[in-house]
Design a protein around this ligand. Sequence first.
Ligand code: BES
Ligand code: MN
Ligand code: ZN
Length: 524
Amino acid sequence: MQFSTKAFSTSQTLGKYKTECLIVPVYPESAAGKNAGASGSKMKNNLGQTANDLEEHLSGFLKTAVASGDLGTSLGQTSLLRPNSAHAATGAQRILLVNAGTAKEQSAGLTPKQFEDMATSAFKACMQLGVSQIGCALLELEVQSRDIASKAQILVTIARQLHYRFNELKTNAASKIPASKITQIEFIARQDSELTAARSGLSVGVALANGVDTAKTLGNLPGNFCTPTYLAKHAQKIGKANGFKVEVLDKKQIQALKMGSFLSVAQGSVEPPKLIVMHYQGASAKLAPIALVGKGITFDTGGISLKPGAEMDEMKYDMCGAASVIGAFQTAAELKLKINLVGVIPACDNMPSGSATKPGDIFTSMSGQTIEVLNTDAEGRLVLCDALTFVKRFKPSTVIDIATLTGACVIALGHHHTGLFSKEIALTHELLDAGRQSGDTCWSMPMDDAYGELLKSNFADMANIGGRAGGSITAACFLAKFVEGYEWAHLDIAGTAWKSGAAKGSTGRPVPLLVEFLRKRAQA
Ligand code: BES
Ligand code: MN
Ligand code: ZN
C-alpha cells in the first residue's frame, strides 16, 4: 500500500483532482440548525473547507446530500455520492462524505479516538467499494493536540491496520480472509506549507506499521512454526534488512553464562533455547544504550503445573514481548533514530516432560541468587530475570522489559491498558505520555517493597510466586530483585498483546508505545 500527499491550494485545482474516491468530511448536524452561529475559521456552513471548495463545482450537490440526513447523527457515518455531468463533474469519480461530528465538536477538536474511529469507518467503506486508489481529505480536521504530522501518522496506521491479513497458513483461496484492493492513498493538503509535516507523518506511520506487522505476524504464527530457532532466524532477517546486528547465543553459550533460571524453563522442551541479542547504533558509541528485554516463550503450556485446556492455544502469544522488541527495532532502524539500542530476548518453550522442572526445584540464576520454583507456570519471570542480569554488560541507561507476564494483569486492567511497573517517576511519566500520544496506553501500577515480601521461600533466596493476590505486582517485584545499575520499567502486556474470540489475533502492541517513547528520547 502506497501513501502520498499532495497540496491543492485552490478550489480550481481541487475540483480537477482525479481520484477513484475522495473522502471528504462534513458536519451534518449543523444542517439541522443545531449549530447555527458556530463558525470555525474553516467552516462556512455544514461543509468543511474541502467540501466547500468542491461544492463550487457541484452546484449545491453536497449541501443537498448533507441536508438529506443520509449521514445520520453519529460520527463516522458515510454516504457515497457519484458526481455526474448533471452537476458538473469533478475529477473525483466518487465522493465519500463522512460525518465528522458537529461543527461545535470540530471547533473544540475531535479526540484522537474519535478521529481514529471516523477514519476507520471511512476506509472500511472504501474497501467495501473495491476501489484501488483513494484521495483523503481528513487532514483538514482539527484533532486535540495532534498536528498535521501526527494526523497523517494516525491515518496511515489505521489504513495499514485494516490492510493487515494473516493468510500465510491458509492454502485454500476461499478460506483466506480477502485482502482489500486499496493500493494507494493520497492525503490532501490545502497548503504547500503542510506538505513537509504531512510527509514526515506518513513515513513515521509506514515505519511504525512495518514494525507492528512484524510483531503481529510473529505473534500469530503457532508454536510449531515460531520456535525459539525460528524467532532467532527471523530477528536476524529483520536485522539484515534494516541494518542492525543480531547475535544468537545457543544452549552451550547460555550455559556458559550460568543462566540457570532461564535454562530451568527450557529444559522440558526438545526445542533448544536461544538468547537473541540485538544491537542498533544510531548515535555515537559513547551514548549509553536503551535496552529492550522481551519475554520470548514460544509456547507456554504451564510446564508440570499444567494450564487448563481451554484457550491454551493462546499461549502461542507468550512471545509477544519478544515480537514487540523485534518490531520496535525494525521501526527505530527504519526511522534512523539517533539513539543506541540493545535488545535481549530469552526464547524457549515451557513444556511438561520427563526432563521438565518439578515444583520445589531450586535453581541458581545468573545473578547468583537462588530461586525455588513453586509453580512452573510462573516461567516468564524465570527467563526475564537472567536477561535483566545479562543486559548489565551493555551499561544501559534505561531498561524496559516487555512481557505477557501475568493473567492477574488482565484481571486488574482488562484489555485496554498495558500494566506499567516502575520505581522511577520520570520514566513512568515518559511511558504514560508515550502511551497517550500513540494511543497505545499503559497504566501505572504500584510496586512497593511490601509486595516483594510475599516471595519469601523457606529453602532458597526467593520463591517464584507470591500467591494470587496482586499477582501482577509480585511478578514485577520478583523482576526488581535482578535490576541493578540502570533505571528500569516493566510492561505487562498480557491483556493487550492479542485479542481473543472471533477477532482472535495479535495486536502488535506495545510497538506504537515503544516507538513513541524512543522517538521522544531521540529528540531529547
Ligand atoms: N503467560 C502467562 C500469563 C498469561 C496468562 C498471559 C493468561 C495472558 C493470559 C504466564 O506465564 C503465567 O502463566 N502466569 C501465571 C502466574 C502464576 C502461576 C503465578 C498466571 O498468570 O496464572
Ligand atoms: Mn506461564
Ligand atoms: Zn507465560
